[in-house]
Design a binder for this molecule. Structure first.
Ligand SMILES: [Zn+2]
Length: 302
């Protein structure tokens, strides 16, 4: 079984193709895989959980990462004093830097502090569901996967409280087929163009106020459908997967209970095609973290 899979991975490498649908065809649980290092050191990526014994091992192969001719698109906003954080946070991103010397004597360093939920960041399942994965425990296959972009930019332009609805998902599936299991679903609203203008991005720029927020999100029923499809992770180019007026944070809870990590304040989704890209979203590995800053990259085939 393993040698057959290794053979397939070599074929994938030789062809330079990224075929994640095929990778997940073995139906291994996303959270259950174990590392198996290629004999000649190729960088297939596996989730390694030291608490899982070899007898329990299931592989989740990622195939090659960057095919020839691909474009790497940075989907991350810069972290600086303009970084937008959730309005209930009393402090935003802060960095104190020091630089001294010059030429061969140059030395620079600094320290930073930040809310876990600010800028381009992960919401670990533990953010809204007790006992679920914390930031350091989110399995790698959920953070590196075939990307699917669901575009609601047109209706968001007409209504800042617009939501991704189940009908948007089924319309996508009529064009491209059912969402692949394990996919990294990105919801494009066009909102990252408004960054870092807090008033335009959140609908309200009063510090400490969350009662008059307006921005697009994911409707509760759409979140349930994405979980039914067993998607691996979800990202959105607004401040929250639940739209601004939400008080119950139902999309957050649905994803969290299903161990689906989410990413918020994702940038530049206009540069990612609806299908065909691969996304790598690596959050800071904060022990027991409810989330944290993330660097997100899309690999877009040429
Ligand atoms: Zn968050």
């Amino acid at each position: 079984m393993r040698s057959a899979r290794s053979f397939l991975s070599v074929i994938a490498l030789l062809s330079g193709s990224v075929s994640l649908m095929a990778c997940y065809a073995t139906a291994a649980p996303l959270d259950d895989a174990i590392v198996h290092t290629d004999r000649i050191g190729r960088h297939h990526a596996y989730w390694h959980d030291p608490t899982i014994t070899a007898a329990d091992a299931r592989e989740v192969r990622l195939a090659t990462i960057v095919p020839l001719g691909a474009t790497l698109v940075d989907l991350t906003h810069v972290f600086d004093e303009e970084t937008i954080v959730w309005p209930s946070e009393s402090q935003g991103f802060r960095r104190e830097g020091t630089t001294r010397g010059a030429g061969d004597g140059h030395y620079a360093s600094g320290r930073f502090s930040t809310p876990e939920h600010g800028g381009t960041h992960l919401d670990a399942p533990s953010h809204f569901a007790g006992g679920k994965h914390t930031a350091d425990r989110v399995p790698l296959p959920r953070l590196m996967a075939q990307a699917v972009v669901l575009d609601i930019e047109a209706k968001a332009a007409a209504n800042p409280d617009a939501q991704l609805e189940p009908a948007d998902i089924t319309a996508f599936e009529e064009r491209y087929g059912q969402l692949p299991r394990g996919a990294f679903v990105l919801v494009r609203t066009g909102w990252s163009e408004r960054w870092p203008d807090r008033k335009r991005y959140l609908g309200d720029d009063r510090a400490g106020h969350t009662d008059a927020l307006h921005f697009p999100g994911i409707a509760p029923d759409a979140a349930k459908l994405l979980v039914e499809r067993e998607v691996g992770a979800v990202g959105i180019d607004t401040a929250s997967v639940d739209h601004g007026p939400s008080k119950a944070f139902e999309a957050h809870r649905t994803f969290a209970n299903a161990e689906v990590p989410t990413f918020e304040n994702v940038a530049r989704l206009g540069m990612v095609p609806e299908t065909g890209a691969v996304v790598i979203a690596l959050p800071m590995k904060i022990g027991d973290g409810s989330g944290g800053p993330a660097r997100i990259v899309a690999v877009v085939p040429g």
